[in-house]
Write a protein of this length. Sequence first.
Length: 296
Amino acid sequence: MLRFNDNSYEGLNIIRFIKINNMGGNKIIDKKHFLLNKTLVIGIIILFIGMNITLPAESLSIERVSIRSQSMGYNLGDDITPPVTTIYFDPPEPDGDHDWYVSNVTITLEATDDMSGVNTTYYSINSEPWKIYDEPIRLYWDVVYHIVYFSIDNAGNIEFPKLSHLKLDQTPPYILLDWDLFKKDFRWYVNIKLEANDETSGLIMLDIHLNNVLIDSRIGPPFDIGYIIELSILKTSTLKFTYYDTAGNSAFKSINRSMIQSRSNNQNSHQFSNPLLLRLFKRFLMVKRLLSFLFI
């Protein structure tokens, strides 16, 4: 409803009570006329499905509007048509998958009024405080945006607020890969553990490649999985796990035998970095050599 924090009904200017419903378009469900004093104070509550946005009060001087209107050759009451505001996105269409943007987006608001001219354009993003539009708006955070906007002309006519949506996700999925070795039936295997997450658009698919050949593909959860492969297969091969989010961003983790060997060497080196353990290990080797010499 349009509400006013000034309960005085003195003056000459008239405005309507409006309720805006997102179902079935904008509707004026209740028309009442009130006389206001010199300053028109606007306080609009917009009711959309799933979210409430409150417009803080902004003032527009009726005296200033009257002077501008008269200087253009007509009276204040001649213009009863509100302005029209159009929103433009750059890029004009989502550049990702499933109506998601995967790059920065610039918003431009253009308002027109054929008679008294546009006075001010207001906008609010995701229920933030209302701002006066004076330059293009740059969006770069990963989030779903709800943009509400409207304009007021120099005769005091208020446009019905409009709502636009925009989905932005530029961040690839997060992947954590870990593994361990185990032996079964005289063969060594690699037990791979994968955890993945995407906070904005969400994960949608996992592809598994062996030497760039697709060997498995999974659509939908679960995406935290275990994968076992024989170590001998990785001797000359690389196993790659690629995750995709709904917006089309992707990330991958891979594993091969050299990576396993490198980590194993590091673990062994760290294990004997303690001087006492190192001395014990050397003595063990000496005893082993002595025993092998005695029993030749």
